[in-house]
Write a protein that binds this ligand. Structure first.
Ligand code: CMC
Length: 431
């Protein structure tokens, strides 16, 4: 990171010089970190749209050009030939592609940790069958802290790897069990002989007397979905993980907080909203043209879900890959989904409408992921859970990067107070 230029801020007749930082890809940021301590002035940026909350070496996005890279590798290179999600997880967390030995050891560690503690397992039985899987996921990740207290103190690299492996491995068991609970089906134990995605699909769909046959195209599609969701720099859930982690909260608690943030319909929950929208059109609730008009109407809170992005002002490269994957999977499975035609129609209408063109609103990752997950027979209420499974290595990588930086302080923003000036307390009998 260079620091050659200076920016000048003129305020109250005083000129303040501020360093300008330049990232590896030439992005510039004015360093205001000393502004308050030295000059008593704060910066106002309510949704942090112009604020870098950290330096990071993990993921690079150029939103104008539609570029996404993990540790410098363009996202398109993870499509075909497709690495295993576990390789990508390692890359994000440790910064380099794993050697064969590193990959084998990490896989073994995941396999050794795929079961849930019976105490945790039993808790599923006490949950109402209709419990939202995201609520279960967040609660269960947080509860891992009750069973693995040795990971709560921070600062030991070996323990960190073990904690990370436990999270990445157990998240799929918890995810699959939350689905089985919702269906009243018996839980299937993980099968150590299966790869990561195949094992998840087995726990989701096998029944005690009938092993689920895992098609290669389904396993590959699941692997791709997880890879494409694996990190996305300082999005809402990842910054949540960093904020919680900055208080030196443990990895389980920090990632559980990330799950809660991801649940929101403007973030990971958008993949569910997209399918609801497509289903509503399919069921005759509204026409695609009406859907576009509703999204443009400022008096209507409705949005075109799966469209728009804080960073991308271009086609989200993940959506491009997913769009092609949907075609591939449908062709290989020789199936169709009317929702795919509706999604394409919506995209076509939006991309030629001046409202969307002027605002640079394009399909994001959530627009086609749901249609692809439906092809794998994944129920809609599991879509955001699968996003969370994919995003977990990213959260872990960002948490690690933050903790490896020994100068990192607790994240504590300021506010611009606009409430009452000093006033007096009035006893209740006088109000
Ligand atoms: N439908 C209709 N109008 C939209 C949409 C949309 N999907 N997205 C943005 N706009 C409008 C917005 O109303 C605003 O209009 P105006 O300038 O007239 O006020 C303009 O476009 C700029 O949008 P913004 O609200 O400043 O954008 P933002 O960066 O605050 O929000 C967003 C980004 C993703 C929350 C938003 O685009 C959105 O709500 N999209 C739908 C939900 C969605 O698909 N979320 C998934 C995001 S990608 C994966 C993830 O992060 O989880």
């Amino acid at each position: 990171m260079h620091q050659e230029e200076k920016a000048r801020l003129i305020i109250g007749g005083k000129t303040i010089e501020l360093p300008v930082l330049t990232g590896t890809e030439g992005d510039k940021a004015i360093d205001i970190s000393e502004l308050y301590d030295e000059h008593g002035i704060t910066a106002f940026d309510p949704s942090l749209g112009s604020t870098c909350m950290c330096q990071s070496t993990i993921t690079y996005i150029d939103g104008d050009k539609g570029i996404l890279r993990y540790r410098g590798i363009p996202i398109e290179q993870f499509d075909r030939p497709q690495p295993n999600f576990i390789e990508v997880a390692w890359l994000l967390i440790f910064g380099n592609l794993p050697t064969r030995r590193e990959l084998r050891d990490f896989r073994d560690l995941l396999t050794a940790n795929e079961m849930l503690h019976e105490g945790l397992h039993r808790q599923f039985g006490d949950l109402p069958p209709k419990s939202p899987p995201m609520a279960i996921l967040s609660a269960m990740l947080s509860q891992l802290a009750c069973y693995y207290e040795k990971f709560l103190p921070l600062g030991d690299d070996e323990l960190f790897i073990e904690a990370a492996a436990r999270l990445i491995s157990k998240v799929r068991t918890i995810a699959a069990y939350s689905y089985r609970r919702s269906k009243g089906l018996p839980f299937m134990y993980p099968d150590p002989a299966l790869r990561y995605c195949a094992n998840f699909l087995h726990m989701m769909f096998s029944i005690p007397y009938q092993q689920y046959i895992i098609g290669e195209e389904i396993e590959d599609a699941m692997n791709l979905v997880l890879i494409l969701h694996a990190d996305h720099e300082q999005n809402c859930s990842t910054s949540t993980v960093r904020v919680v982690g900055s208080a030196k909260a443990n990895l389980f608690a920090s990632c559980a907080a990330g799950v809660s943030a991801l649940w929101g319909p403007l973030h990971g929950g958008a993949n569910v909203e997209v399918i609801k929208m497509l289903e509503s059109i399919h069921n005759g609730g509204m026409k695609p043209e009406e859907c576009i008009e509703a999204a443009k109407d400022k008096t209507n809170p409705f949005k075109l879900f799966g469209f728009g992005h804080r960073i991308y002002r271009n086609y989200d490269p993940r959506a491009k890959i997913l769009r092609a994957a949907v075609d591939r999977v449908f062709a290989r499975l020789k199936t169709k989904d009317p929702l795919l035609d509706i999604a394409r129609k919506l995209e076509e209408l939006a991309l030629k409408d001046s409202y969307f063109i002027d605002r640079k609103l394009y399909p994001n990752v959530d627009f086609y992921s749901g249609v692809l997950l439906r092809a794998m027979e994944i129920p809609t209420n599991m879509f955001t859970v699968i996003f969370a499974m994919g995003r977990l290595p990213g959260w872990i990588a960002q948490w690690k990067e933050q903790h490896d930086n020994l100068t990192q302080k607790i994240i504590r923003p300021r506010q611009l107070y606009t409430g009452n000036k000093i006033t007096g307390y009035i006893p209740i009998e006088s109000r």
